[in-house]
Structure formats: structure tokens, C-alpha cells
Design a protein around this ligand. Structure first.
Ligand SMILES: [Zn+2]
Length: 89
């Protein structure tokens, strides 16, 4: 009896695909972990809304996020990370 039909995909070492979140270094399969990915999507959506109303640039928006008491911790961590990145370019 052969069991070969059971293996639908080749077995590869999983840690090849494990990356670390750019912000908090939690293990993730993406650029950001789940929480920071959510924060990133919110950030970009909100930036679009702001930009339509006020024509601010992205750096100005990041500063607003960092200085706002209403920003959540995850978004602020992400914003800080983006600011460091954009300053180092
Ligand atoms: Zn993270």
C-alpha cells in the first residue's frame, strides 16, 4: 500500500517562510504581524481620507498620528517605524 497520494504538497522546512514583523519582530509570514498589518491598513485608509480633505503629505500625516492622543498603541508603533524608515532614506 502506498500513501503517496496523501501528501499534496512537498514538505519543506517551514522556518524558510517565517519572517519577523518589521515593527515588533514577532514572527509572521508577512512584512508585519497581524496587529501591525491591521494598523497599516487603517493608517493608509485614513491617510487617503485625510489627503482628500486637506492635501497633507504622508510625513505630515505620520506626525499627526504620533502626536494624537486618539491614536492606538499599534498605530503609533507603526508610525514611529515608518518615520524612522523615511528619515533614513
Ligand atoms: Zn508587529
Amino acid at each position: 500500500m502506498k500513501n503517496d497520494t496523501q501528501s499534496h504538497y512537498p514538505v519543506k522546512p517551514m522556518n524558510k517562510f517565517i519572517k519577523k514583523c518589521s515593527v515588533c519582530e514577532r514572527e509572521t509570514s508577512d512584512t508585519y504581524c497581524y496587529r501591525h498589518q491591521l494598523a497599516y491598513e487603517n493608517l493608509m485608509n485614513n491617510f487617503k481620507l485625510w489627503n482628500e480633505r486637506e492635501e497633507i503629505n504622508f510625513n505630515e500625516y505620520i506626525d499627526i498620528i504620533l502626536n494624537s492622543k486618539q491614536s492606538g498603541t499599534w498605530v503609533k508603533e507603526l508610525a514611529r517605524h515608518i518615520k524612522i524608515l523615511s528619515n533614513s532614506i
